[in-house]
Design a protein around this ligand. Structure first.
Ligand SMILES: Cc1cc2nc3c(=O)[nH]c(=O)nc-3n(C[C@H](O)[C@H](O)[C@H](O)COP(=O)(O)O)c2cc1C
Length: 353
């Protein structure tokens, strides 16, 4: 097989050139990276969380390194929607890359005020951040209650006709409850996970390292948790899921795709290696060539039990044959109550234990 493989994915009615996006807050609005490579080589850019007015962020120490990642308590510092509409949005549009505008607010009204200002000129989709652990109001408060998730998602849904992704928090007991609430309120897709709440202590000062005491843990340490949550959510909703959390290599990204994510976002890895997203795209392409896979969509959900494709949130896929290559799927009768259902039940039981 030649190197001609199709990396494009369709999600929420948008065709992305490849399934590797950069995650919010780890790429700002893209300018700092544009001298390194054309941004249009990326699947999409998720902007820094953008509020109705400029936010200064949290005081004090905002970052700490951890053995396999980092803690941050930036507090969603951003220049606000006016600046985005006048400066960063038009610039980003000129780069020819798909734009997912991440929005934040302290109240439902604030989220709505940002969403209703976004137009197709400066945004291909909206990503609703209801999961940031570093702001006192809003943020995580919305993302940990199914009722509040439903409320803010429904309000933003009414405020914009752009495709709407809701970004979920891992700091909950059962992430599938939040996923279902967002889906029921009209989300077109889900992105997960945001950072996990953590902290560090400076033993010389005998004080917490971060000015905010707690911060969000990201990077390789959270990948197995993120992967487990993506697996659970894909089995619980019909809308597409985008995987985030500790993705630093093509192997990581492929695991998320095989768990059922239609795309992935690369966050913390961009700080250490700004070219990581491009290396991941190249690695996925190489894997496809080596394994005789023409379309990346064939890999989506490939690790899931046969029969799950009929659920609706996965494209039709093949099953791995004896040679490890994907074979055409034999659609089983009533697959909605087949292996997928059994798996979901099992996961629910496991959660209760
Ligand atoms: C410094 C920093 C800033 C972030 N800012 C945002 C943000 O503004 N909005 C948001 O939804 N997520 C934000 N995140 C979360 C990331 O987008 C991502 O969900 C998380 O870091 C997990 O992915 P990773 O392990 O690849 O970094 C931020 C993460 C970091 C490390």
């Amino acid at each position: 097989m030649t190197g001609e493989v199709d990396l494009s994915v369709e999600i929420a009615g948008i065709r992305f050139p490849n399934p590797v996006w950069v995650a919010s807050g780890c790429f700002n609005y893209g300018r700092e990276f544009a001298h390194l490579y054309p941004l249009r080589e990326l699947g999409a850019v998720c902007t820094k969380g953008t509020a109705p007015e400029p936010w200064p962020g949290n005081p004090g120490v905002r970052m700490a390194e951890t053995p396999a990642g980092m803690l941050n308590a930036i507090g969603l510092m951003n220049p606000g929607i006016d600046h985005y509409l006048q400066v960063d949005g038009p610039w980003l549009r000129a780069q020819g890359v798909k734009i997912v505008v991440n929005i934040v607010g302290r109240t439902v009204e604030e989220y709505v005020r940002v969403a209703e200002r976004l137009t197709p000129e400066v945004a291909d989709a909206v990503e609703l951040n209801i999961s940031c652990p570093n702001v006192k109001e809003g943020g995580l408060a919305f993302g940990t209650s199914p009722r509040a998730t439903y409320g803010v998602t429904a309000a933003v849904r009414r405020a914009t006709s752009l495709p709407l992704f809701v970004k979920l928090s891992p700091n909950v007991t059962d992430i599938t409850e939040l996923a279902r609430a967002a889906e029921a309120a009209g989300a077109d897709g889900l992105t997960l996970i945001n950072t996990l709440l953590g902290m560090a202590i400076d033993i010389r000062r005998r004080r917490p390292v971060l000015g905010n005491v707690f911060g969000g843990l990201s990077g390789p340490a959270i990948k197995p948790i993120a992967l487990r949550m993506v697996w659970q959510v894909v089995g619980a909703v019909r809308i597409p899921v985008v995987g985030i959390g500790g993705i630093a290599t093509a192997q990581d990204a492929l695991e998320f795709l095989m768990a059922g994510a239609r795309a992935v976002q690369v966050g913390t890895a961009c700080f250490a290696n700004p070219r990581a997203p491009l290396e991941i795209i190249a690695g996925i392409r190489q894997f496809m060539v080596e394994n005789g896979i023409r379309r990346v969509t064939e890999l989506i959900g490939a690790a899931r039990p046969a029969g799950e494709a009929a659920l609706g949130n996965l494209p039709p896929l093949g099953d791995a044959g004896a040679d490890g290559r994907l074979q055409p799927l034999q659609p089983g009768p009533g697959s909605r109550t087949g292996a997928g259902e059994a798996l979901r039940q099992w996961l629910k039981d496991a959660d209760r234990a």
